[in-house]
Structures are given as structure tokens and as C-alpha cells.
Design a protein around this ligand. Structure first.
Ligand code: 5GP
Ligand code: MN
Length: 348
């Protein structure tokens, strides 16, 4: 399906949304600031349109995002009490909005529930290679964040006046984090234009930044210190920063949801590093994060060898076939295949 076909269908949706209808908004496992920010901004918008709306997430919202207006009412499918409420709500829904993901598997255990629901699914997302599980798509890979798309869609629908400060705070959160605080190559002029409008609206951007980035526990900072001191290695031949975190590390530092977020980015601070990989030992297998600098793409690498994918310079994946050591061995096997591509990166 071509992106242009996705785009045409969403314009008919506005006239179909009506007060009293029930909507579910869901987003990806390990929801980040763009996932929660876009879901909550859209939640407030639909509530203003008179719909009954519930946000459901496949795993916990991290502490540094829980200040976002509306976060207190989010249902977490991993919480047994919440889980009981989710199935009837999904069953009764008229609409299911899928935000910040376009591969159904990114919902993990929530995916069969959403997949088999009768309600039309509306995918609002900016990831590459969207799957064909939705009825309506508002999908632009050019967008730096789903929050940017939510802003654009509300504006396209002529409802910009409905965007209030609470929604603006949510939107700014996702735009800020998905652009790496406005330093990644996805930071377009349009990103700054949207942010300018949010600032004019009265969003306190400094406060949002501090709430998200300057709210670590002492355990989290010590954990970061431990990873940088003891779990970081540089492979100069491949211009690769490699980090790993074991189950034991997570337990020792009392790691909470979101504590490993952003750790992989530190690898790119090394002079000469073209990419950075973080391997985390989770109960269900090894989770990998990939980051790279232009023009080296990691999404193909993640898809080919580690059951994942994502953006060109920020991808994720997993290794279900064994231990951290075995994941490392697999990596070591395939690295030579990428040598020439890595060497093509100029201006190291
Ligand atoms: P993170 O390293 O923060 O978990 O993921 C970085 C980006 O990679 C995410 O924003 C998402 O786009 C993508 N990603 C993460 N895990 C997966 C995965 O399992 N499959 C795919 N297709 N993309 C992923
Ligand atoms: Mn995003």
C-alpha cells in the first residue's frame, strides 16, 4: 500500500467521529514519551469532541512521564486489575486508535486483543514500513514524532483552537524526545514551527524538559554510571560502541520502567563512533537497541539479524535464541559484512 493511499482515507474519518462513541487509544510496549504524549494529547482531543475514551498501554508508563495530564487514568495491560477492564472496553469500542507503532507485534501480549477487535483501527504513526492492519492511516515517515502528526492532523481538521496547554505539554514531550532534544537529523523546520506554536500557546518547555530528563532516582544515576564504567566497550574497527546489561545489573540497581531509556545514546558520544548497540537481558530474551549517525542505517541490520526494525538511525530488536554471550557472538559474526558500509561514513 502506498503512503498516498493512506493519506486519502483519514480525511473522511473526521465526519464519522461523533459524541457518545467509545474509543480506545493504544501504543507500543515500553511506551516512550512520544507514545504517551501523543496518546494523551489525542485522548484530550477526542474527549473534547465528546467521545468516551480510554488509553490502554501494553506495559507500564515510566515515572518521568506520569505527570502528563491524563496519565493517571491509563490502563496498563500488565496490571492484572487493569487487564480485566481492557477486554470489555476493547470489545465495546467504536474506534481503536493505534499511535506511534505500525507493526501489531509491538503491542506484545495486547496484540491479539487489538487485532481481533471489530472496531476500525486508525494508525497514526511515523515508523518505516507500516503493516496493513488498519482501516485508516495517517502515516508520514518524514514526521519526527507521532506528536507532530497529532498536531498536524488536528490542524488539518480545522480544530487547532482545541489544543490547550495540557495537550501542548504532551505534544512537546514527544517532539522533544524523538528529536533528541532537537539535535537529530529529523529536526525539520516544520518541527520548530510546531514547537513555536506550542510555546505561543503557553507551554513551559523548560519545565517539560526538566520533568522528563531531570527526574532520575539516585539508583538510576548510579545504574548509568555502572553501565558506562563496566558495560561499555568500543570496537574501533567497526566504529561501534557496544553496551550490555544483565538481569543481575537490573536487579542490583533496582531498575524501573524507563531506566534503560536513552542509555544506548551515550555510545554515540564517543569520537569516531558511527553506531551504538545496547543489549539488555530481559526475562523473555535479549532486547537490543541500535542508534547510528547519518548516513549509516541500522533498521535493516536490526530487521535482518535481530527480529526488529525501526527508524534509519534508531531501531530496536531482540535475540530470542540464547544468552547475552550468544547474542554477542551472533553480532560478532555479522559485523564484518558491514565493514565497507561503515567505512563510507564521512567526517568521522
Ligand atoms: P528503542 O531502542 O528505544 O527500544 O527503540 C528505538 C526505535 O526502534 C523505536 O522508536 C522503534 O521505532 C523501533 N523499534 C524498537 N523495537 C522494535 C521492534 O521490535 N521492531 C521494530 N520494527 N521496531 C522496533
Ligand atoms: Mn515516536
Amino acid at each position: 500500500m502506498a503512503i498516498s493511499e493512506f493519506m486519502s482515507s483519514i480525511s473522511t474519518l473526521k465526519s464519522l467521529l461523533a459524541p457518545g462513541q467509545k474509543a480506545i487509544i493504544t501504543t507500543h510496549f515500553n511506551p516512550d514519551s512520544d507514545a504517551i504524549g501523543s496518546s494523551l494529547a489525542w485522548f484530550h482531543y477526542l474527549v473534547k469532541k465528546g467521545l468516551e475514551v480510554t488509553v490502554v498501554v501494553p506495559s507500564a508508563v515510566s515515572q518521568n512521564l506520569s505527570w502528563m495530564p491524563g496519565a493517571e487514568d491509563i490502563l496498563n495491560f500488565e496490571n492484572p486489575m487493569h487487564k480485566l477492564q481492557v477486554e470489555p472496553l476493547v470489545h465495546a469500542a467504536d474506534w481503536i486508535f493505534c499511535l506511534d507503532f505500525s507493526g501489531i507485534q509491538r503491542l506484545h501480549s495486547l496484540s491479539p486483543v487489538i487485532k481481533h477487535a471489530r472496531a476500525p483501527k486508525i494508525v497514526i504513526d511515523h515508523h518505516l514500513d507500516p503493516e496493513d492492519f488498519g482501516t485508516y492511516y495517517y502515516h508520514r515517515t518524514i514526521a519526527a514524532s507521532t506528536c507532530e502528526l497529532i498536531f498536524d492532523l488536528i490542524q488539518e481538521w480545522g480544530d487547532e483552537d482545541l489544543i490547550d496547554v495540557a495537550m501542548g505539554q504532551c505534544l512537546y514531550s514527544g517532539i522533544m524526545t524523538d528529536t533528541g532534544s532537537f539535535r537529530h537529523p529529523n529536526t525539520t523546520a516544520h518541527v520548530h514551527e510546531v514547537v513555536a506554536q506550542l510555546i505561543r500557546l503557553g507551554v513551559n518547555t523548560n519545565q517539560v524538559h526538566r520533568r522528563i530528563f531531570d527526574s532520575a532516582t539516585i539508583d538510576r544515576l548510579k545504574f548509568l554510571g555502572h553501565v558506562l564504567a563496566n558495560r561499555l566497550e568500543y570496537l574501533p574497527d567497526y566504529h561501534l560502541a557496544l553496551m550490555w546489561i544483565s538481569q543481575e545489573d537490573l536487579v542490583q540497581f533496582n531498575s524501573q520502567a524507563g531506566d534503560t531509556e536513552g542509555v544506548v545514546n551515550y555510545g554515540l558520544q564517543l569520537e569516531g563512533a558511527v553506531w551504538s548497540i545496547l543489549m539488555i537481558e530481559r526475562p523473555d530474551g535479549i532486547k537490543l537497541s541500535f542508534r547510528s549517525i547519518e548516513p549509516f542505517a541500522v533498521n535493516g541490520f536490526a530487521a535482518r539479524y535481530f527480529e526488529g526494525g525501526g527508524h534509519k538511525n534508531a531501531s530496536g530488536g531482540r535475540f530470542s535464541g540464547g544468552t547475552l554471550k550468544q547474542a554477542r557472538e551472533k553480532l560478532q559474526e555479522v559485523l564484518p559484512l558491514y565493514l565497507s558500509e561503515i567505512k563510507q561514513v564521512k567526517n568521522l
